[in-house]
Ligand binder design. Structure first.
Ligand code: BES
Ligand code: ZN
Ligand code: ZN
Length: 482
């Protein structure tokens, strides 16, 4: 699917579906020369998500789709309206869709343009690669007629939306086809596509040299080698700041010797969603060109069972020299993140670290599938992410890490243990507390996306038992403001 941009005044070319939006109580405006039957749109009220599909009597379009934005038109409404439009185009087997939009000006137009293109791209996402009778998507061409601010935003939204669906494709691909080495291949592909992005791959031999015993410990039960992927983006102009993103890239988590129940274990292919978010973000950086330097670290491994697998009670040593008692092999995400966080502090030396991980089932219990829990050591960074959450409708909610949580992670024979005590509870907070031992003084926020990474409720452009690509839109918004 290609998206192209035209001015408000340029003539609408032949199209299968012409899409027009209107706010509540306002009539949708059709471009000159497009005629629909007399009162076809008369009863259209412009309510949020209200639609009317009408045949055209005369003009370059076959059909017109009017979509209501309601009275509090916001980016999320536009994002959803765009997804409704492309889905309707697919249903009616349309090849070309044209949007004519003249509702906003300046900064608001840019924001709405971005939301529109995000909705178009995300609404068209389907993973068809693995169906033997794959129906090809019909939609090939999208044309947007609007002002320069709106079109500029839409161009940006196209990058953002593509980053999101890249993450979703990685998430939704079965774990036997999305192994650590496959994430490495994706990272290399992104770096090949943009001169601003480079990649370095740390293999197990190098991990041993750097003392990454926690990541290696998780990986030792798997026949697939682990990697630490290190992506870097340097802006063309001098960077204001250096931000490090860290994403959990556990391509399948069966729990290890502390094995998970088999019901719904298949969902653990999504345990690489943090890594997917980092890759999706990097795929859009060169296109969006934020003025910050960005590093992306993805510790990637499987968590499997075999005779060589790490056992409950085993001791591992992380890259900062801290010893960890692995009391539960299913709390592996924090182990692989620990070594990545230490690497960030030693090698990247960033101004801030943001990690994303499907870290705890407790987070799904606490906040469900619509809100990401955030915790860390820096209020300003936390506030900025909450703001980006509001702006993108990828909601973020602050969670605490208190001294008790940190104290509870201290080990008996080792410095730390990898699970909290049952009497402490607060499983998501103690996981965050564990991570805090590996970030030192660097401003840091941990985003637990266990609930939001997949299985979200319907928003037209996402929802259902599939990945959401959560984090990509959030991080790109954050980086654009940093
Ligand atoms: N990947 C899981 C967390 C998870 C669970 C994500 C459910 C999404 C849905 C993680 O590695 C894990 O197994 N965590 C354990 C930690 C526990 C052993 C302290 C959990 O949450 O049960
Ligand atoms: Zn686990
Ligand atoms: Zn896991």
């Amino acid at each position: 699917m290609t998206i192209s941009f035209k001015t408000k005044k340029s003539k609408v070319a032949k199209t299968d579906l012409l899409v027009v939006f209107s706010k509540e109580g306002e009539m949708p405006v059709l471009p000159p020369g497009v005629q629909v039957p007399g009162r076809a749109l008369a009863a259209f009220g412009g309510k949020k998500r209200e639609t009317r599909l009408v045949d055209v009597i005369e003009g370059p379009a076959t059909r017109v789709l009017a979509i209501g934005l309601g009275s509090d038109d916001d980016p999320e409404t536009v994002r959803r309206a765009a997804a409704i439009a492309v889905k309707k185009a697919e249903k009616t087997e349309g090849k070309a869709v044209t949007f004519t939009i003249d509702l906003w000006e300046k900064k608001e137009a840019r924001t709405m343009g971005q939301a529109l293109a995000e909705g178009i791209v995300m609404g068209s996402y389907r993973l068809l690669d693995f169906k033997s009778e794959a129906s090809k998507p019909s939609l090939r061409k999208v044309v947007i007629h609007s002002g320069s601010d709106f079109n500029r935003g839409a161009k940006e939204g196209e990058w953002v939306g593509k980053g999101n669906i890249l993450a979703r494709r990685l998430q939704d691909t079965p774990a036997n086809l999305m192994r650590p080495r496959d994430l490495v291949a994706e990272a290399r592909k992104i770096a090949r596509g943009a001169s601003e992005v480079t990649v370095k791959i740390i293999d197990e031999a190098e991990m041993k040299k750097q003392g990454m015993g926690a990541l290696l410990g998780v990986s030792q039960g798997s026949s697939e080698p682990a990697y630490l992927i290190h992506l870097s983006y340097k802006p063309k102009k001098k960077a204001k700041k250096r931000i490090c993103l860290v994403g959990k890239g556990l391509t399948f988590d069966c729990g290890g010797i502390s094995i998970k129940p088999s019901a719904r274990m298949d969902e653990m292919k999504y345990d690489m969603s943090g890594g997917a978010a980092v890759l999706g973000t990097f795929s859009a950086l060169a296109g969006l060109a934020p003025s910050v330097e960005v590093h992306g670290l993805i510790p990637t491994s499987e968590n499997m069972v075999d005779a060589g697998a790490i056992k409950p009670g085993d001791l591992v040593t992380a890259g900062n020299g801290m010893t960890i008692e692995v009391l539960n092999t299913d709390a592996e995400g924090r182990l692989i993140l620990a070594d990545a966080l230490v690497y960030a502090g030693k090698k990247v030396k960033p101004d801030a670290i943001i990690d994303l991980a499907t870290l705890t089932g407790a987070m799904v219990v606490a906040l469900g599938h619509e809100i990401t829990g955030a915790m860390g050591n820096d209020e300003d960074l936390l506030d900025a992410l909450v703001e980006s959450g509001k702006a993108t409708s990828e909601a973020v909610w602050p969670m605490p890490i208190i001294d008790l949580h940190k104290e509870d992670m201290k080990g008996t024979v080792g410095d730390l243990k990898n699970i909290g005590s049952p009497s402490t509870g607060a499983g998501s907070c103690t996981a965050g507390a564990f991570l805090s031992y590996f970030v030192g003084e660097i401003p840091w926020v941990h985003l637990d996306i266990a609930g939001t990474a997949w299985g979200a409720s319907d928003r037209d452009y996402q929802g259902g038992p599939v990945g959401t690509g959560v984090g990509v839109r959030l991080l790109l918004d954050f980086l654009s403001r940093a």
